[in-house]
Design a protein around this ligand. Sequence first.
Ligand SMILES: [Zn+2]
Length: 169
Amino acid sequence: MPRMLAEVPADAPDRTVFTWQAEGSTQPELQDEGTEAPQPYLRLAVHGLVWLMCQRCLSPYSQHLDVDATYRIVVTEEEADEYPLDDDEVEVIVGSRQFDLVDLIEEELLLSLPLVPKHNVCPEVHESLLPGSADDESDEGGAREEEEKPNPFAVLEKLKQGGSDGKKH
Ligand SMILES: [Zn+2]
């Protein structure tokens, strides 16, 4: 998967590995001429870890990718265009005898990449990399603020209780 590998930084500490599973099936469906015929479907699941470059601290990190997609297989482009686009669950692809499954897997993985790859919480930058800082005690605090935000629902709950109280008496 050359396009996928192009996203992986050269100094990634480990290999990028995916496992995939593809399963074909048919479902009886009503055709235009009013008869039922088997409609082919493909279900594709891909899971794995890809190494990406964190855009915040510029070090490699592993990103979990999950793809679970269902495709309706049609014969011609025209048929694909006819299919209503309002179905989010099912994508339509034109099948052929030389269908390239790896290409489809790569396409889905590329689509599932984060727009801005980054750590949830960046590891601390080693002090030797910081410009002109030799202070050993400067690494307390920080990185913890996300956990201490007040829960907005708890605040709402308080407001509700206070409000419904007014009608008593
Ligand atoms: Zn980072």
